[in-house]
Ligand binder design. Sequence first.
Ligand code: G3I
Length: 381
Amino acid sequence: MTIKWVLTGLVAVVLLGTACDSSKKLPATSQSAKGLKDAFKKDFLIGTALNTAQIQGKDSAAARLIQQQFNAVTPENIMKAEIIHPQWNVYNFELADQIAALGKKQGMKVNGHTLIWHSQLPAYARNIRDIDSFHTFFTNHISTVAGRYEGKIASWDVVNEALNEDGTMRKSIFLDKLGPDFVTDAFRLAQKAAPTTELYYNDYNNEQPAKREGCLQLIRKIKEAGVRIDGVGIQGHWHIGKIPLKAIEESILAYSALGLKVMFTELDIEVLPRNFSGADVSQRMDNNPTLNPYVNGLPDSVQQQLAKDYEDLFRLFLKHKDKITRVTFWGVNDGQSWLNGWPVRGRTNHPLLFDRQYRPKPAYEKVMKLKTETATESRGF
Ligand code: G3I
């Protein structure tokens, strides 16, 4: 027991040293240094979304950070239908093959994102009028894409964002052409094509009570049909100072009570003004200079609030680590976040743990420190 505590203490000292020291380094370079993935190794996977340059290995600074910090990756765009299945009979697997290979080489779990989503559908699919043809597209797409990566990636977001905020089914081409059972059907097809790959439903705001209720119903329906669903992704596109911790905790408990793995799949914290929540990419706001206040960096007070928000979130994640299997950030560094371009184009956003120079931010230190505190507490200090 004494030896175990001494070792735990040593790990704590190493991690604390890493966290404090790394904030001063420019940028983080050592591939052997301990990162998030090491600190949370016994708790859950730590993932990031990869853009095309990162998948192709063209961003060497990102490559170092990815190897050091993350043990799970999700392609941010290149497995979406528009890119991977651009024409009726044409599939473009090159980049998806590359991320699968990258994951294998570096021991990172790859989550496929996403088989069925109303957004980023190829034009020919959006324009199909006839129900039978649309059904053929739906079937071929899932069977071909999920089939190709069976045994090569760990999991799929099978269906993405099928729900409205009130928990009803979103009006989409899938609902319109195939009816409300399309979600169950998508999981059935994915299960057939990829029998050993984990299958998830993914959405934003599905921690909020009404949408959560709709999500729980959807999951029950899939299960009652005898179809496999392994987990649920809560995307986690939240706002600074407004993290819905209570709703998140209730959701972790409710989803895991159905026997599902819970994941936070697209985590980032918006620091810029916005008058709505969520991540509906069709919602936009007009540009105006007051909406872009942090072009030259985050003021300290905002930086500290961001750090506190991430600390509170990860404390909650750790409390429920037996139910949570992965926490994935939506992007590697602030400069690469989609939030620089949405819902207003050309803003300077700061939603992640690493800044534009790949330097860890105070939020990173707070998150890492939770693990050293845990180690210290478990020794009774
Ligand atoms: O690839 C083209 C490029 O050729 C072109 O020059 C450029 C000009 O704008 O656009 C490029 O495509 C963009 C693509 O990202 C790749 O950068 C699209 O316009 C842009 O709309 C697209 O945005 C993505 C968005 O999904 C679109 O649906 C974001 O990067 C991506 O982060 C975001 O991710 C979604 C998740 O998949 C689901 N949950 C919400 C999340 C945030 O919206």
